[in-house]
Design a protein around this ligand. Structure first.
Ligand code: SF4
Length: 478
């Protein structure tokens, strides 16, 4: 079928009939729901870029598998250049939409499964890589979006998956049949699950012998029978519903909890089924890939924040204030160090036995720790520069009111050559970027908790080489 245009992508979502709940009610029309549409538009930007003559080179690449141009989001990295291109593409997209564009988790699942299914087949003679490759071809040929289901509910954290009073808190296999498996459980924080055609599920943690029923990876359509998307709240959701005070009205983010209520998966879409040691590998590959992805998109979001801060300096008449310029420099250097760390993780990548390239996991996790801290600081600096109206700007409806509106416009006027409407719009945009809870929290928890990033660094870093260096310099010979 080849690459889709953005409009074709949106029309393709219309053909899906997912089961969706939001605010206690069923949502029948996902595509035209204002909350969900803003998220779909953000993913739509990944199609827009592929149509843009100036940016197309960033996002369209040739598939070795099907010999056709494909969207890079469906391309497990085949080279160091591919790893680097992922970060560059994400920065451009982050700057374009100023929020999460939701297509990277699927990309990271495809890359992780390309590596782990091959390794598993080599060890056990299974057929996972062959099945997965057919699925990948289907994704590439039809230019589809995949969403990653990784985070299980986990129940009582003191207990392992088999010890839980209700085993469903870890998604697991409840039945094996001649034609496939039946699974039950739920996955949390499924950003963009309704912007996607396919849901790819991976295990959430390392598993051991006796926990085979939880060692499962598969793909199902987003509207498969038994799949239920429950859209979570965000700090701005009722504003989006009402269509006012939105700030960035074009693009946003939503994150459902997705319940798998006895979902049937045919064998050709099962990519792991009981081989417990590959659960840990999938978690490592996915989380490292996704932490690298974040370095690009969040650098792009800080670009938007710095742009907003600079604009507000002009609108407020503070563009010559020295400490404001210093703060913008602090924002830019945070974006660049984050971007640089993700690029470094890419340049230090290595080829795996399957032929797919994997980033340097220590640098990718270092990038993510940096992001968790520095996004908060960039947000603080942006608010500091913009001023107090980020917190309590009157509603758009008050500005439109015939009695109070003119008074508000009179008192909200900043620099004399700037229309008051522009100043108000920019305040609202800054408020959105600062308050967008789903995105701000993902700066901390996206791709795993900060503790998980640290653990990965400790596990994957060559600590022995460091000890050896120190002992040599101290003159200790053993
Ligand atoms: Fe992509 Fe994750 Fe960034 Fe969203 S937060 S744009 S899914 S890397």
């Amino acid at each position: 079928m080849g690459l889709m245009t953005k409009n074709e992508y949106i029309e393709s979502l219309r053909k899906l009939k997912p089961t969706v709940y939001m605010f206690g009610e069923k949502v029948e029309n996902v595509v035209d729901n204002p909350r969900l549409r803003a998220g779909i538009e953000a993913t739509g930007a990944t199609y827009e870029l592929a149509e843009d003559p100036e940016l197309r080179h960033l996002i369209v690449t040739e598939s070795k598998l099907i010999g056709e141009p494909i969207n890079r989001f469906n391309n497990p990295p085949q080279s160091i250049e591919d790893l680097v291109a992922r970060v560059k593409m994400n920065r451009v997209l982050g700057r374009r939409v100023g929020t999460c564009f939701q297509r990277c988790t699927g990309q990271d699942c495809l890359a992780s499964l390309s590596v782990a299914t091959y390794d598993c087949d080599q060890k056990y003679g299974t057929q996972y890589n062959k099945r997965f490759t057919e699925f990948l071809k289907y994704m590439q040929k039809n230019d589809l979006v995949a969403n990653a289901g990784v985070t299980d509910m986990k129940g009582d954290r003191n207990l392992g998956p088999t010890e839980q009073p209700d085993k469903d808190v870890y998604l697991h296999i409840v039945e094996k049949r001649a034609d496939g498996i039946v699974v039950r459980g739920a996955k949390a924080h499924q950003t963009g699950s309704l912007s996607s055609h396919e849901l790819i599920v991976l295990p959430t943690r390392a598993l051991r012998k006796g926990e085979e029923e939880f060692a499962v990876a598969f793909a199902v359509p987003a509207d498969a029978p038994g799949v239920i998307h429950v859209v979570g709240r965000s700090s701005l959701d009722t504003r989006e519903e009402g269509g006012c005070d939105c700030g960035n009205v074009r693009y946003s983010k939503y994150a459902p909890t997705v319940i798998f209520e006895n979902v049937f998966v045919p064998w050709e879409r099962v990519f792991l089924c009981g081989e417990v040691e590959y659960a840990a590998d999938l978690v490592l590959y996915f989380s490292a890939f996704h932490r690298q992805s974040h370095g690009g998109c969040k650098a792009g979001k800080i670009d938007c924040m710095a742009g907003a801060a600079l604009t507000m300096m002009t609108y407020n008449g503070t563009d010559k204030v020295g400490h404001h310029k210093e703060k913008v420099i602090d924002m830019i250097h945070r974006a660049e160090t984050l971007y640089g760390c993700s690029l470094a993780a890419s340049y230090e990548g290595k080829q795996k036995p399957s032929g797919v390239y994997f980033i340097d996991p220590v640098l990718a996790n270092a990038s993510k720790i940096h992001e968790g801290r520095e996004m908060a600081e960039a947000t603080r600096l942006m608010i500091d520069i913009a001023g107090g109206f980020v917190a309590d700007l009157p509603s758009d409806k008050d500005f439109a009111n015939s009695e109070v509106g003119p008074l508000l416009k009179k008192y909200l006027k900043g620099a004399s050559n700037v229309p008051v409407e522009n100043r108000v719009k920019m305040f609202r945009f800054i408020e959105k970027m600062a308050m967008e809870s789903a995105d701000t929290i993902s700066d901390i928890h996206g791709g795993g908790s900060p503790a998980a990033h640290r653990l990965t660094i400790y596990r994957e870093a060559d600590t022995q080489a460091r000890i050896k260096a120190a002992k040599r310099l101290a003159g200790i010979e053993e």
